[in-house]
Write a new protein. Structure first.
Length: 127
């Protein structure tokens, strides 16, 4: 770790922490998407089974055209878009949670912090 500091690659040390944290966030998002997709597929399967049982009855067609596009969907999409501040806050919370619960991440974070402390204390009058 000290070699990064000696070479002046401080940004790379922070990038390592960021990528480790981002990887766990991406994995959680993927897991959530996979679970939602599985649930959606199960629901579709149930609908198909229900349709087979009641095939002699009229079924309402799905809304597939722009004329049926609901403006509330647009509003929901806008609400989902988060500001940069919200994203950074969420990432900071995730970093704190990961630091408190993951010993390996804590070890890595502490080593990176030590490199920064050592480099900052070795050059007394930077300002």
């Amino acid at each position: 770790m000290k070699i990064f500091g000696e070479l002046g690659w401080f940004k790379d040390l922070l990038e390592v922490l960021y990528r480790v944290l981002q990887k766990s966030i991406d994995e959680a998002k993927k897991k959530s998407r996979d679970e939602a997709k599985k649930k959606e597929e199960e629901e579709e399967e149930r609908r198909k089974e229900y349709g087979k049982k009641r095939s002699n009855e009229w079924q309402k067609p799905r809304n597939r055209y722009w004329s049926n596009y609901d403006e509330s969907d647009v509003e929901e999409e806008k609400e989902e878009i988060k500001t940069v501040t919200d994203v950074r806050m969420a990432m900071a919370k995730s970093a704190v949670d990961r630091y408190q619960n993951d010993l390996e991440y804590r070890f890595l974070h502490d080593r990176v912090s030590e490199v920064f402390v050592e480099m900052l204390t070795s050059v007394p009058n930077i300002v």
